[in-house]
Ligand binder design. Sequence first.
Ligand code: HEC
Ligand code: HEC
Length: 320
Amino acid sequence: MKKKIVKGLVRFVLAIAAVLGLFLLYIQFSYKKEFQIPATGIKSSRDAAVIARGRYLVTGPSHCWTCHAADGVTNVQKGTKSGLSGGLEIKLPFGTLYTPNITPDSATGIGSYSDEMLARAIRNSVKHDNTAMVPFMTFNTMSDQDISAIISYLRSIQPINHAVQENDLNILGKIVARFVLKPSQPTSPSYVAPDTTAAYGKYLAVSVANCVGCHTQRGKTGEFIGKEFSGGYQMPVENGVFGTPNLTPDKETGVLTSWTVNDFIQRFETGAAFSNSPMPWKSFQSFTQNDLKALYYFFQSLEPVKNQVPRFTPAKAKSS
Ligand code: HEC
Ligand code: HEC
């Protein structure tokens, strides 16, 4: 009798192990899931004005180099000499990502990718090999024309030969890649005219410069849980934690409430007040005055949200 039970148990455990083994094998062979999505129709151009617009976005408001340079994050307030050669290590619970080289080197960068591959990376978060990206990039709702300008600029810069290693995903990461990651397919404008209106400010804050991504409280998987632009997102640095300020015009807790439009412009021209701030102030120093005006009018137009955020909380001194 007892023997039978033990035998049964052993069989049961073996069956579970076999199923698990098959599942892991299946994940190993299928995690690079490919997505076929409609073409964007976005094309690059050699027009000097288009390239200049792209240069402005890439090096300024959209701060691409802060992630696409191995030393981008550590030099976010100083600037990097590595250009857009990639290789920044992003450590996540499910593996390590290495940002791609986005200079036009044909062996190690984007030189051999089509316009469509590059446009889809920015618009749909799909890589050149049709796999869905871990959504670090926040430009899905950028206009067709601005994406075209960015691609045109990337094609015009000096290629840098710098091989970046492939992402190193653990089993959890492969499961995420197989079942969770999906392309983003938003409705996006074909053109948004730059002017100083709040509407253009919103476009900059959401689709171009990602103010919203840092100045909104977020949950464990990065989802927004606070009111947009009301701050409170906790950003750890070596010696403590920054809390992102509330940009809504609340009289008591909004940081911009007492600022004039000129104060706002000057604040951005000055650059970082904290040398270890994660905000890309260095890139934002190249914002045009008109773009800053638009941002300012947009923040003033928001509904006030009461949310007091401590700017910086030092880490407790370690007792050694
Ligand atoms: C917050 C960090 C971050 C910023 C800012 C950023 N990127 Fe990325 N980018 C990534 C990461 C991470 C990946 C790879 C994701 C993955 O492998 O799942 C990536 C992938 C890409 C790819 C895909 C390349 C391929 O293999 O197909 C392109 C193209 C790209 N980025 C261009 C840009 C451009 C242009 C900008 C600025 C407009 C930019 N990125 C800004 C983090 C960033
Ligand atoms: C990568 C995250 C990140 C992004 C993107 C970001 N911020 Fe910030 N921001 C922070 C953090 C963290 C602080 C607090 C530390 C500091 O003052 O530098 C901050 C501070 C500020 C301050 C207060 C400055 C002061 O001196 O009181 C303003 C204003 C601000 N951000 C506006 C913006 C705007 C506008 C954008 C988009 C154009 C933006 N931020 C994008 C993280 C970010």
